[in-house]
Design a protein around this ligand. Structure first.
Ligand SMILES: [Zn+2]
Length: 325
């Protein structure tokens, strides 16, 4: 049975049963453009029950790999290129902010140990500009296509707007730091104002991530690869939780200010540990989102392929009116 969905072939899609051609279509020929999934040989005109004449891969395996069973349910994206560019700007801007912050921390450590200034003066404004660019890119998530629920549009719009105060807070944190951040990971006292600003940044991080998540998931759901479980990692909840850990850490540090010295030191150490953990987790989360966004490119840039487009005569333009899922 060449069309078995449980095929052990490395190119078959595990768990996808729906795109199997119905029995009455088994004798049909491929009328659409379909390169073999293994060797790219053009399979047009062959029976869907046969094998690739070049490499012997069952044509059913190629169909399983490329046909999206939900193609008709998915809304068309009006400006795919703009949408994908915005997503990449959003993800890479946020990742750039994280890396620049790490670089500033390292520069700060170098200064405190060797009194050598290694932080270029353009880094603090670069952090703010990268924050703003990330927010500009996030705007494509407000309404990526038609038929998005109103509350999801509002949530994504609020999250996008929250990048403005975030950029301003980042400027507040980093602008007066010619030689060091004054970040208190290695000092013995809490700079309350600084920690409070950082706490607000963390809160905005949580709100932005949660606000953008529903519409990001809408785009993720277009990807056959992601939907079939090969890539669903709940990256954005993990990122929101990572920001949350930092918020808790900063809150503990702020609270430790009013305590007796011994309990204060213990509490402050816990707070600092949580802040550092949060910084690591947030960086990991932002890198994961960058990777996931890049892997979405095919799902966003090209229309999902429907089985009818492959084995029936092409329909006239405009006949496949978008339906509400
Ligand atoms: Zn082949």
């Amino acid at each position: 049975m060449p069309l078995s969905p449980e095929s052990d072939h490395p190119l078959s899609v595990p768990g996808v049963v729906e795109p199997l051609p119905p029995r009455e279509r088994v004798g049909h020929q491929l009328s659409g453009h379909l390169p073999c999934a293994r060797c790219r040989y053009e399979l047009r005109g062959l029976s869907i029950a046969s094998n690739c004449p070049e490499c012997g891969l069952p044509i059913g395996v190629t169909i399983l790999a490329v046909v999206d069973p939900y193609a008709k349910e998915l809304q068309p994206i009006a400006r795919p290129l703009l949408t994908f560019a915005g997503l990449m700007l959003w993800a890479s801007g946020a990742m750039a902010v994280a890396f620049l912050m790490w670089a500033m921390h390292l520069g700060s450590m170098v200064y405190s140990m060797f009194s050598i200034t290694v932080i270029p003066s353009w880094w603090p404004p670069a952090i703010c500009i990268a924050t703003l660019l990330s927010g500009l890119g996030a705007a494509v998530l407000i309404r990526p296509h038609a038929n998005i629920p109103r509350r999801q549009i509002l949530a994504a719009a609020a999250a996008t707007a929250a990048f403005l105060p975030l950029a301003w807070l980042h400027w507040d944190l980093f602008s007066n730091t010619a030689n060091g951040l004054g970040f208190d990971y290695f000092s013995s006292r809490v700079d309350s104002e600084r920690v409070a600003v950082r706490l607000l940044c963390g809160l905005l991080g949580v709100l932005i991530t949660i606000g953008l998540r529903p519409n990001a998931r809408v785009l993720v759901s277009r990807s056959l690869v992601l939907r079939t479980g090969r890539m669903d990692r709940q990256t954005m909840y993990a990122l929101a939780a990572a920001f949350g850990v930092g918020v808790v850490g900063d809150a503990i540090q702020l609270a430790s200010g009013g305590l007796r010295p011994v309990s204060m030191d213990v509490l402050r150490s816990i707070g600092v540990a949580l802040s550092v953990l949060s910084a690591f987790l947030c960086t990991l989360g932002l890198v994961s989102i960058f990777v996931d966004t890049w892997r979405l490119r095919r799902a966003v840039l090209s229309e999902p392929l429907d089985l009818d487009q492959l084995i029936d005569p092409p329909k006239p333009e405009g006949s496949d009116e978008p339906r509400r899922a």
